[in-house]
Design a binder for this molecule. Sequence first.
Ligand code: ADP
Length: 545
Amino acid sequence: MSAQLDRLMMDYPLTLTHFFERSRRLFSKKTLATRIPGRPLFRHTYADFAERTTRLAGALRALGLRKGDRVATLAWNSHRHLEIYWAAPLVGCVLHTLNFRLSAQDLTYIVNHAEDAVIFADASVWPVLEAIRDKIPSVRRIVIMRDTPDATVPAGLDEYEALLAAATPVTGWPRLAETDAAGMCYTSGTTGSPKAVVYTHRAMFLHCLGEALTDSFGISEDDTILHIVPMFHANAWCLPFTGVMVGSTQIFAGPSPQPRDICELVQNERVTFTGAVPTVWIAVKDLCEKEGWNIASLRTIAIGGSAAPKHLQLAFKNQFGVVMSHAWGMTEMTPLGTIARLKSYMRGWSEDAQYDVRARVGYPSVGVDVRIVDDAGRELPWNATSMGELQVRGPWVVGAYYNNPESAARFTEDGWFRTGDVATIDPEGYVQITDRTKDLIKSGGEWISSVDLENMIMSHPKVLEAAVIAVPHPKWVERPLACVVPKPGARLDATEIIDHLRPQVAKWALPDDVEIIDAVPKTSVGKFDKKVLRERYKGWKARDA
Ligand code: ADP
């Protein structure tokens, strides 16, 4: 009989505990800071963070929380939110980040579905919780965090700092399995009722490593990260975990950050890495042009959540010297899927050709398999033109939604997750998201990409934002309608937009009409909310009807 060959390496669980303990040892002098409106930044060290996190862990135990119990947050980005991010999974609880911008109905559904045991809420968002307090029976305790200088704590509720001060720090962590749940997050419900994704320690561990790779966001100890993506949205792209893993300096944007706050933080703190959805960067660009902020310390900006237009990326490069890293992902993917990095041999290409590549969402991250399939489930070639549903699999991709058997159809029989995005993949492996399935415009037998039209319209110098939606048409079934927001002070009419598009798109793909609107409605995480626009224009009468 031959000697044993397998299992000769240690069975060491991939848990967040390793990151936390390593960071505590190695990076105690590094800084964390939170923006407090009207005050200087609150600053402290990783040593303080570690000490406070062990105290909070002690407090969670004292509250009687057990393994698997859900610890919810309803909060802006802050050092306190970071402490809960870590303390909950380290004691074996499940961090559940709640989105305070959801309707009372959705929030009530989510808290009850998750059976949250405790909620840590910022004082400034307490009214959101107060409105549903009587409808969430699983919640045993509510802890209020004073996030603004004049914050008050409602009578009868715990206050975070007092809870910490009274707590006994834990001295050792439970030994967890890497498959234990560490966190959970609900999708924002743009495609039906919210569904919960439960992240294991292993998924987060591997995701952090993947995200920090040089060929990914290249996040290192050297970086100063500004957290703009809400910590309730897809784990703030996991950056608060990755930042602690590598020991980056981390700045939290605090309550209600506005574009000017972002510019000020980047300039004053010499931020090197940050990320947000495109709508944030459209506003920041506008402000930098008007007020001359210096954001050149940024080595890159991660941009994703919705399509990052080529002209926006070029403007950041040419006007501010900042290269954007376009990425695609989903709550269901912890969230990273693809990143638009150039391959070394593309750097000699013309700027235009390089930015054609950067406008795609990139090639898959290590750890993520991608494929596109047609309606019959047949895999399509990577030839840049075949268009089909994007499907993914990997160690940080959802395997099943939490307690939601009716969503089984989102998974294929051979073990892939159906993203609901329609894409092409080119021979180099770069993915291009054409649309979400529900946003594609089906006109006659043809598909029109709303994303392509929006990108072209937003490259018009007088346009601030544009969203293109399908409106019903008696002959063609659907036709595109462009909803366009001019830049402040600019006068714009429909003909200018159509003339701008005419040389760039086929005649049948031109929008039937252009509506000039004041603002594109946004979802709770700042993406264009086309559901609202579709509702607004559902009775649209085509001119030729
Ligand atoms: P939701 O938008 O439903 O709240 P997510 O934040 O998880 O939830 O969104 C994931 C979706 O966002 C993807 O399926 C895709 O449609 C869209 N998305 C993310 N990144 C990009 C990108 N870079 N370009 C185009 N679409 C993107």
